[in-house]
Structure formats: structure tokens, C-alpha cells
Design a protein around this ligand. Sequence first.
Ligand SMILES: Nc1ncnc2c1ncn2[C@@H]1O[C@H](COP(=O)(O)OP(=O)(O)OP(=O)(O)O)[C@@H](O)[C@H]1O
Length: 300
Amino acid sequence: MSIVVEGLSRSFGGVRALDDVSFEVASGEVVALLGVNGAGKTTLTKILSTLLLPGGGSARIMGHDVVGEAKACRSVTGVVFGGDGGLYGRLSGRDNLRFFAMLAGLGRRGLRARVDDALERVGLGAAADRAVQTYSKGMRQRLHLAVGFIASPQVLLLDEPTVGLDVIEAQRLRDTVRDLRTSGLTVLLTSHLLVDVEQLADRVLLLQDGRIAEDLPLASFTGLAGYAALVVVRGRGPHPVPRDATVAVDGDTWELSLRVRRWDASVFAELGQELAGYEVSDLSVREVRLEDAFTKLATA
Ligand SMILES: Nc1ncnc2c1ncn2[C@@H]1O[C@H](COP(=O)(O)OP(=O)(O)OP(=O)(O)O)[C@@H](O)[C@H]1O
């Protein structure tokens, strides 16, 4: 096991941010930590990255205790927090990376090749010698990721890695993380963006009020939404009212959302019958997404 957490708790004054949390992450697994604001995700990530002491219980990274063997934990863990902080704006991307690599204990030997390789992997080869203050948000976040993996960690803690990035940059970052997975890295990922989770995670842990409310493979979690697809039909004039559907009316137009539990040919036949005689302008189908399951669980 790469991460073993047992009975972990942490309070801030009267607030129990983590309450008897236990879970394990196997080597090479990517686990997503989900939860609404204030559920305890950051507290957990900070304890695992040895930035915060637990109040009770224990956590081990590659067998090292986060309290008693913090240094050993840091040597096997890469940490990437979302946001802008932590980099030196006046230094180039290359010098930033070199600095953090040396902080992580890498010697000078072979460092240049390693830094070059990391910069290439995150697509910053061409911008390596520019000052980081001239980088876009996405470029900075990619540099953060390079800092996180330059020392070849066995475990990577990613806290909101795509926060504030546009869709293209966010996808680029996800692609880089996916590449890293192939080298057997264990990843604990926190994100509000369920698309990150859908694309990267094998398993989902749902934190609710500091406790683990669900621990499920990704596919089962998506299944919790209780339906397989959503059919959205738009039209004009009078509207139908089929079962399992909600209708939003705006003046003369309407939008009907129909939850489909299981796909088969009869769905289309029934839909055709339901819509016969009404004025339909548009019809679209989307598969159930993680956020549907998340919304359902988090508000249960
Ligand atoms: N330093 C602190 N002092 C006081 N309370 C804190 C502190 N850090 C966290 N808390 C509280 O602990 C609880 C868990 O916070 P935490 O930041 O871990 O949640 P989160 O799931 O990461 O939330 P978010 O998604 O908003 O980042 C919250 O009620 C929060 O207000």
C-alpha cells in the first residue's frame, strides 16, 4: 500500500475537520477525493504532505509515518497545490525547477538532463528560459506539476490542479498527469472539477463533514446517480408531461429533461409516442456524469 490512513482526526477549535478517517491507496492507483466546500479535503491533503499535524490516528506514506518520519515522507511524495503561489517570478522556469529539485534533495549530477526532461514533459521546453512572471496561469500550473514530479516521487498529492485554468490548459494538465500514471505513480487527487475525476481516477472517496461517506470504484460512483442518460428535448407551444421528466417553460418555449434508466430500443419508441403531435425543435442526449452522482450524494 502506498497510503494507509487509520482513524485520522483533526479539529480546529470546535470544528471537527476530519473525524475518524480511514482508507488505503494501492501502489499505482489514482484516487479522487471529493466533497463539498469544508468537507475536510485540504486538511487531509495537508496532513499527508506533512504540512499539518493530525489530532489523532495515523497516516503512512510508503510505510513512513507522517508525524514520526516526516522527512522520509517528503522524500517519496510530490505535492502540487493549485493556484499561483510558490514560484519565483523573476527566475526562469528552468531556474525555479532547478531550485526546487535541489530542495527536494537531488544532487547536481544529472540534474540538467532531469530538469530538461521535466520541462519537455509539461510542454515548457521553449519557454524554459523566460522569467516565470511572464508565464500564463496554465504555464505556471504546468511548472508546479513539474516541481511535483521532478524528484521522481512514488506518491503525488494533487490539490485542485486545474483550478483557474481554461479548458485547453486544463486538458493539457490532465494529459500530463495521465502520462505520469503510466510510470506507476500513486496519485491522490482533489478537485471540484468532476471532469478531472472522470478522466483520471480509478476510485472515488467522498468526504462529508470530515468523514468518509463513500469509497467506490469510479464506475459504481457514476452509477449512483440512478440513471444512465439524460435526454433533453426542446420545443414550442404545448408540452408533453412524460414520467421521470422535468419540464421548464419559458414563454412559448419549453425544455424537457428525461432521465433514462437503461438504454434500449424501446426508449426511442416510447419517446416517439410521447412527443407525437408536439412541436420539437431540438433533441440531445448526454450520458450520466459524475456530477449527477455527486449532487445526489452530497445533498442526500
Ligand atoms: N486553519 C483553520 N482554522 C480554523 N478552521 C479551519 C482551518 N482549516 C480548516 N478549517 C475548517 O475545517 C473544515 C474543513 O476544511 P477544509 O479546508 O479541509 O475543507 P475542504 O474540503 O478542503 O474545503 P474547500 O473545498 O472549501 O477547500 C472547515 O469547516 C474549515 O472551516
